[in-house]
Write a protein that binds this ligand. Structure first.
Ligand code: SAM
Length: 201
């Protein structure tokens, strides 16, 4: 199985009219998605924005939870989660970074609450695809009103929405956690392969 990464996209994303916009980074998204990514042993979490001032903000958050940061002294496990966060300026930059890092480009897998005309992949099929390749996988999550059609169409796969057809506008933080569990689960702990005794906070 190749390395798996999540990316939170702040541009390009849609606004409620479908226009392409750039959203702001939120502290909650950085922390909560990092904690979910670390929980499922992902290789990394890219926070994507082209806005320089937002990279300064992200840098401050990561410094606070960095090696000598005040946050790290207070809550070490949180610092461990934040340690896998990487800033990036575009999806293309992340793809190039992963190609250089792993010697082959990542499989890009998009997510959306809305159904589009694009063929949807089940979580079971995607879990099998991830387990069957040594290529890295990049799971894309949007902000605002979701990833653009171009990003969805340009991806190698688009996952089924969680709970399609009903109210399925989860926060991106909740969507990441649910989808990671559907892809990777914690059956290893139930099978006794890992005792899971390590407590958390
Ligand atoms: N209407 C938007 C859409 O169609 O994706 C909802 C955007 S939601 C606030 C932000 C992101 O969370 C989405 O881009 C997607 O990555 C994820 N997300 C939200 N609800 C989801 C669902 N039901 N199934 C899969 N992903 C979802």
């Amino acid at each position: 199985m190749g390395a798996v990464y999540v990316a939170l996209v702040h541009h390009p994303v849609r606004d409620k009219t479908g226009e392409i916009v750039t959203t702001a980074i939120t502290n909650f998204d950085v922390h909560d998605i990092a904690r979910s990514a670390r929980t499922y042993d992902l290789a990394g979490y890219f926070v994507i924005t082209p806005i320089e001032a937002q990279h300064v903000l992200l840098g401050r958050i990561l410094a606070h939870w960095g090696k000598d940061g005040a946050g790290t002294k207070r809550v070490p496990p949180r610092a461990e989660a934040l340690s896998i966060v990487e800033p990036a300026r575009s999806i293309e930059e992340v793809v190039a970074t992963l190609r250089d890092r792993h010697g082959q480009p990542p499989r890009v897998v998009a997510t959306a609450a809305r159904s589009t005309g694009i063929t949807l992949r089940s979580f079971a099929d995607e879990a099998h695809a991830i387990a069957s390749t040594d290529a890295p996988t990049l799971l894309l999550f949007g902000t605002g009103h979701g990833l653009t059609e171009a990003v969805l169409e340009g991806a190698d796969a688009l996952l089924l929405p969680v709970r399609p057809g009903g109210y399925n506008h989860l926060s991106v933080r909740a969507a990441v956690a649910i989808i990671l569990d559907r892809l990777f689960g914690d059956h290893r702990f139930h099978s006794g392969a890992v005792d899971g005794s390590e407590g958390g906070c």
